[in-house]
Design a protein around this ligand. Structure first.
Ligand code: SF4
Ligand code: SF4
Length: 173
């Protein structure tokens, strides 16, 4: 259901906090030379990232019932994310988004969507091995791809081995 005025205000405040947090975190990561990938391509609107939004939380918050209750209640009542499942290995919750229309692949509250929806899939390039949905038209390319490719070209690898390494090391430019 489309967000009303009150929810929009609450989500705007949450978005501001999210952006400040993200700016500080990424500034620190930049000082450390991260990310190691560039995000390339543009969104084709396939909707795959809205099918089952997944949020990873701190292990402590995941395991403490009062904290997880607050997290799940926030996502339900503010973001419209209905709890579906959880993964104890990765400390993540998976939801069904009540704003997502599976027929049209559209978000009914796109202009008030949460920060995580706005940031996706940029967050992936801060990981070790970015994995995109099969239908996603964006991809991660290693920043040092050119020198990697040059090094691979000087080896006796078969075309198949080279192709495999290109894929696994995100060397496609
Ligand atoms: S709020 Fe909108 S953008 Fe975010 S998961 Fe739901 S449908 Fe997708
Ligand atoms: S999965 Fe990728 S291409 Fe599809 S909607 Fe999300 S960001 Fe866009």
């Amino acid at each position: 259901m489309r967000d009303g005025r009150l929810l929009r205000v609450i989500k705007f405040v949450a978005l501001c906090r999210f952006r400040i947090d993200l700016a500080v975190t990424r500034f620190i990561l930049k000082l450390r030379g991260e990310p190691h990938y560039r995000l390339t391509g543009s969104c084709n609107g396939c909707g795959a990232c809205c099918e089952a939004p997944t949020i990873r939380v701190h292990p402590l918050l995941f395991n403490l019932k009062p904290c997880r209750d607050v997290i799940l209640a926030w996502h339900l009542h503010v973001n419209g994310f209905e709890y579906v499942s959880e993964d104890k290995e990765t400390f993540s919750f998976t939801f069904r988004c009540s704003h997502y229309d599976r027929e049209t692949k559209q978000c009914d509250s796109y202009d008030s969507r949460p920060g995580m929806c706005r940031d996706y899939p940029r967050n992936l390039i801060y990981g070790v091995n970015p994995q995109f949905f099969p239908d996603c038209s964006l991809k991660a390319t290693a920043k040092n791809a050119a020198s990697f490719i040059q090094a691979l070209d000087s080896t006796d690898l078969t075309p198949e081995q080279r192709e495999k390494l290109h894929k696994e090391l995100h060397l496609d430019v």
